[in-house]
Ligand binder design. Structure first.
Ligand SMILES: Cc1cc2nc3c(=O)[nH]c(=O)nc-3n(C[C@H](O)[C@H](O)[C@H](O)COP(=O)(O)OP(=O)(O)OC[C@H]3O[C@@H](n4cnc5c(N)ncnc54)[C@H](O)[C@@H]3O)c2cc1C
Length: 335
C-alpha cells in the first residue's frame, strides 16, 4: 500500500494517541490533526486545579509543539469540521475548505448537557470542558462570592472542590434523588457528602430542581423545599457526543457514533474513538458509551493501529479508576 493520508478530527486524548500510534507504525504516512480549539492538547483532568490556582497553564499541555514537529504530525488548530463526505473521502471545514483523506478518525468527544429545566437556558450558567471554559469561570467568580453547582457527575464534584479552594461559598445541588447513584455506592456517597459538608459546602440532595431565575443581582434556583440564591450557577450533569454535524454524512449514529469491534463506523475507512464512540459490549449485550481518559487513550491507540492496517478488536474492561476527591477514595468509570 502506498503512502496514506490520515485525518483525525479532535485533538483530545483519543486523537493524540491515535496520531502517535499511526506514526509509530508508519514513518511515511501523512497525519493531519484537526481541532476546533485554539491550543495544544491538554489534560482536562487538571482543569479544576487550574481554576483553583493550584496548577499553572504550562502544566496542562500533553506535548509541546516540538513533539508534533518531530513526529511530523501536522496540527491545524481553530479548524472546525462541519461535514464528512464518505463517498468523496473528504471533510469540509466551516470556512468551506475541502480536505481529502484515505483514513479518517472521528474523535470529537462530547459536550456538557444543559438539562431542560425551566429558566436554565437563560440563566448564563457556566459549564466546564475546555481551557476557555476554565478561564471564563476564573474571570467570572470573585473570592467570597457564592456559587450554586447543579450536578450529577464527577465534574460537578470536582468543580465544587475547586470553588471551595478558591474561598467561594458553594451550594451543591444534586440533580438526581441521591448523590451520584450511577457512579458511587451508597456508603461512598454518604462519606463524600459528610466530607463536602465539613469543607463548608451546603448540600442539597433529593429535592429536584423546578425552576431557575436570573435577576440583575442573583441567580435563584427553586427546589421542592428551598429557594437558593447565588452569584454564579455552574452546571455539570453529564455530557453527550455532539452528532448534529454528522447528520447528512450517512455515518450511523445512535447516542454516539456506532463503532464495530475494530472501532470502524459503517464506512470501513472511517473510525471513531473516545467519548464519541458507542460500542457493543458483548458481556452486557448492549451498546454503550464509555467515557473517560483511559478509555479515550486506549481506543485512540487501537483505532490508530487499525487505521495503519491492523485488525485489533476493542475489548470492554471494567477496571475502575481511583480518584481522591474531598479526601474520599472514589473508584469510578468516569462519567
Ligand atoms: C473537568 C474535567 C475533569 C475530568 N476528569 C477526569 C478524570 O479524572 N478521569 C477520567 O477518566 N476522565 C476525566 N474527564 C473526562 C475526560 O477528559 C474525557 O473522557 C476525555 O477527554 C475524552 O477524550 P476524547 O479524546 O474522546 O474527547 P475530548 O477530550 O472531548 O476531545 C475532543 C476534541 O475534539 C474537538 N472537536 C469536536 N468536534 C469537532 C469538530 N467538528 N471539528 C474539530 N474539532 C472538534 C473538541 O473541541 C475537543 O478538543 C474529565 C473531563 C473534564 C471536563
Amino acid at each position: 500500500m502506498g503512502r496514506l493520508r490520515h485525518i483525525i478530527i479532535g485533538h483530545g486524548p483519543a486523537g493524540v494517541y491515535a496520531a502517535r500510534c499511526i506514526r509509530k507504525r508508519n514513518r511515511d504516512d501523512d497525519i493531519l490533526l484537526l481541532s476546533d480549539e485554539p491550543c495544544l492538547a491538554y489534560s482536562r483532568i487538571l482543569l479544576p486545579d487550574y481554576i483553583a490556582g493550584r496548577v499553572s497553564l504550562d502544566r496542562l499541555w500533553l506535548y509541546p509543539q516540538s513533539y508534533y514537529d518531530e513526529a511530523r504530525i501536522q496540527l491545524r488548530l481553530r479548524t472546525k469540521i462541519t461535514s464528512v463526505h464518505p463517498e468523496q473521502r473528504a471533510v469540509t471545514t466551516e470556512n468551506g475548505e475541502t480536505i481529502p483523506f484515505d483514513r479518517l478518525l472521528i474523535a470529537c468527544g462530547g459536550l456538557p448537557i444543559l438539562p431542560g429545566i425551566d429558566g436554565l437556558a437563560d440563566a448564563g450558567a457556566v459549564t466546564l470542558k475546555t481551557i476557555a471554559d476554565a478561564q471564563a469561570i476564573i474571570a467570572r467568580v470573585k473570592r467570597g462570592s457564592s456559587v450554586l453547582v447543579l450536578a450529577r457527575d464527577l465534574v460537578g464534584v470536582e468543580m465544587t472542590r475547586a470553588f471551595c479552594l478558591m474561598g467561594l461559598r458553594v451550594t451543591y445541588i444534586e440533580w438526581g434523588d441521591e448523590l451520584l447513584p450511577h457512579i458511587i455506592d451508597p456508603a461512598t456517597a454518604e462519606e463524600l457528602a459528610l466530607r463536602m459538608k465539613a469543607a463548608g459546602v451546603q448540600m442539597v440532595v433529593g429535592e429536584g430542581i423546578h425552576r431557575v431565575e436570573k435577576s440583575d443581582s442573583a441567580i435563584v434556583v427553586h427546589t421542592s423545599g428551598k429557594t437558593l440564591r447565588g452569584d454564579t450557577l455552574a452546571v455539570a450533569v453529564g455530557k453527550t457526543p455532539c452528532l448534529n454535524w454528522l447528520e447528512s454524512s450517512g455515518i450511523a449514529t445512535n447516542r454516539g457514533i456506532l463503532a464495530d469491534e475494530r472501532l470502524r463506523t459503517n464506512h470501513p475507512d472511517i473510525f471513531v474513538a473516545g467519548d464519541a464512540a458507542e460500542i457493543y459490549d458483548p458481556a452486557a449485550r448492549k451498546r454503550k458509551l464509555l467515557f473517560g481518559w483511559k478509555n479515550a487513550t486506549e481506543q485512540g491507540e487501537l483505532a490508530g493501529a487499525n487505521m495503519s492496517g491492523d485488525t485489533r478488536e476493542f475489548v470492554v474492561t471494567y477496571t475502575p479508576g481511583l480518584k481522591q476527591i474531598f479526601g474520599v477514595d472514589i473508584r469510578h468509570r468516569w462519567k
